[in-house]
Design a protein around this ligand. Sequence first.
Ligand code: ADP
Length: 301
Amino acid sequence: MKIAILSRNKNLYSTRRLIEACGQRGHEPMVLDVLRCYMEVVPSKPEVHFKGEALTSFDAVIPRIGASVTFYGTAVLRQFEMMGAFPLNESVAITRSRDKLRSLQLLSRKGVGLPSTGFAHDPDDIQDLIKMVGGAPLVIKLLEGTQGIGVVLAETKKAAESVIEAFMGLKAHIMVQEYIKEAGGADIRCFVIGDRVVATMMRQALPGEFRSNLHRGGSASLVRITPGERATAVKAAKIMGLNVAGVDLLRSERGPLVMEVNSSPGLEGIEKASGKDIAGMIVEFIEKTAKPHMTKTRGAG
Ligand code: ADP
């Protein structure tokens, strides 16, 4: 198969592993920097061009679209979908998962366990917002943040008020969330492919830190998950419409709570922690699933 890998940098671990896995399984991978792709949008013959050439006949596309290029990246992916290529994750599902507010609304509608969460833009009554999610201690998150940046634990009501006021002053969108203390600074990344959790790892924060992001010094280790956690992760990916997803769970007294569903989960941490060939499993999934003109999105969405 001819497989396009949409990635801005072919030296990134995940991209390198996907190139390797495609090669090992007898496919022809090509890495495309989405920002350098350009498109003609015409009714009968949609095209994507790259470096002066029209790209044709890709069987599948693996999107590795960073959060900062979601808008243009999903447009390029959509163009490939219109040309009939099989997207590992659909453009619509990626857009959906990148919107944290929309994601949590969709998950809650389907009864998936979530930390109690409030969203606000410019509330007149911050005390009520705090009360709504159960009071302090609570976690305040900038909606635009990644890798743990902009995630603050406010231990007291006073601290929560000050932080919320400060973020509001910056005109930032924020999320106010119940602090899951019993998670003990750990979260569980479930790597989902299709309808299976193929690998898991526990990320543990440094002492004195509650954010377990590996970028924040957290460490990864193997973990066994329960059937309930497995089912939650698979369900969350399915609700988002993602074939491949990194579902982050917190272990709470009331069972697994979904924190985030990531549409371009990194391979380095999970391959190293699990010792599994996740890149190979992704390519195998494409082999089994890809058919031309399969994008299922209905309506005008
Ligand atoms: P980012 O998307 O920037 O990584 P997250 O929302 O995943 O931000 O939060 C970063 C880390 O903070 C998580 O991996 C988790 O360890 C911790 N964390 C986030 N929300 C909560 C919460 N409500 N209760 C307890 N810990 C949390």
